[in-house]
Write a protein that binds this ligand. Structure first.
Ligand code: XMP
Length: 327
């Protein structure tokens, strides 16, 4: 029978056998897969592991804190945060084409991770002559199957993950989740004592809020979207709907403005789009029929609390024809 305790014990033994006294690096994204993979490896080999977290400024509210404080507290993992928010803003300045954004974000991400990696390798080698030889990846069973098969939508958007690293890296991979499904990974994460915000987190794209601003990316727009997104997530959680919906992208139409009225003044602000979807695997999806009262509450809060937004609209498109993300 499947039992998270058994899987943990088995993987811990396997990781110890693979790694011996070697040193290991792992990129954390804030998501469940990399967090659980890192926690397993840490349980097996402790401080032979170092984790790297890239703050590219496209994260949601609280995500960096969850990794730096909650995850570190729960696991004791040694963590290095690389703050490249300025670098990403500069690289993305004036870019509004979705694929160009994705390529820039992917490129900058890999560059950042490789640089951090190179520094850590040099540092590790200076201690006892032994560089970092292993890289942890949170590959799940469906990822293994998918990369073998090739899915029909693979070329619609250039996806990138924390795991999407170049092939010429001189690492031996550790993939402790390779035989597991998402539910099983969550069960193991819970068993390992990881915070619920991480273990139950819904899918969030690697390019983050960068592909949820329709238009070019600026600091102000990111802050505005982060605020609206935090309100939506808080209200969905309060309504007990986190498990019912697959995910709910919140999108800022930065190039669109419409006329509104607030207090006794005219406004000319941006719309926020809510994109709640139900899905099994993100290949197809239906828009979620959220309760009207909840929609009303979210709409009121966003227009009252988020400066510059005077309209909230609901995306009622299934996938296909609409993708889940807007870019
Ligand atoms: P679409 O928009 O293609 O999204 O219907 C399908 C699922 O994939 C997520 N997504 C990404 N995940 N890197 C990721 O790790 C990406 O570049 C990326 N783009 C989309 C999206 O949130 C949805 O769950």
């Amino acid at each position: 029978d499947w039992n998270s305790g058994n899987v943990i014990a088995e993987q811990v033994a396997r990781i110890r056998a693979q790694v011996g006294t070697g040193k290991v690096i792992c990129g954390l994204s804030g998501g469940v897969d990399s967090a659980v993979a890192a926690a397993l490896v840490h349980k097996a080999i402790g401080d032979q592991l170092v984790c790297v977290f890239v703050d590219h400024g496209l994260l949601r509210q609280d995500e960096r804190r969850q990794v730096e404080e909650d995850f570190v507290l729960a696991t004791g993992v040694r963590l290095v945060t690389v703050d490249v928010r300025e670098q990403f803003l500069t690289a993305l300045e004036g870019v509004s084409d979705p694929e160009t954004k994705r390529k820039i974000i992917g490129r900058e991400f890999i560059r950042t991770f490789e640089q951090a990696q190179a520094e850590l390798i040099t540092e590790a080698a200076a201690i006892d002559g032994d560089p970092i030889r292993f890289l942890v990846q949170g590959t799940l069973y469906p990822d293994v199957v998918e990369s073998g098969g090739g899915s029909g939508t693979a070329n619609i958007k250039s996806h990138h993950n924390v795991g999407g690293l170049p092939d010429d890296l001189q690492f031996e991979l550790i993939e402790p989740l390779r035989t597991l499904f998402k539910d099983e990974v969550r069960a193991i994460g819970a068993e390992l004592g990881l915070p619920a915000e991480i273990v139950q987190r819904q899918p969030f794209p690697g390019p983050g809020l960068g592909i949820r601003i329709v238009g070019s990316i600026t600091q102000d727009r990111l802050d505005l979207l982060r605020h609206a997104d935090a309100i939506v997530r808080a209200e969905l959680t309060a309504a007990g709907l986190d498990r019912e919906i697959w995910q709910c992208p919140v999108v800022l139409l930065a190039d669109v403005r419409s006329v509104g009225v607030q207090g006794d003044g005219r406004t000319y602000g941006h719309p926020i789009v809510l994109r709640p979807v139900s899905s099994e695997d993100a290949m197809t999806a239906d828009w979620t029929r959220l309760p009207y009262d909840l929609l009303a509450k979210i709409s009121n809060r966003i227009t009252n609390e988020v400066d510059g937004v005077n309209r909230v609209v609901l995306d009622v498109t299934s996938k296909p024809p609409g993708t889940i993300e807007w870019e």
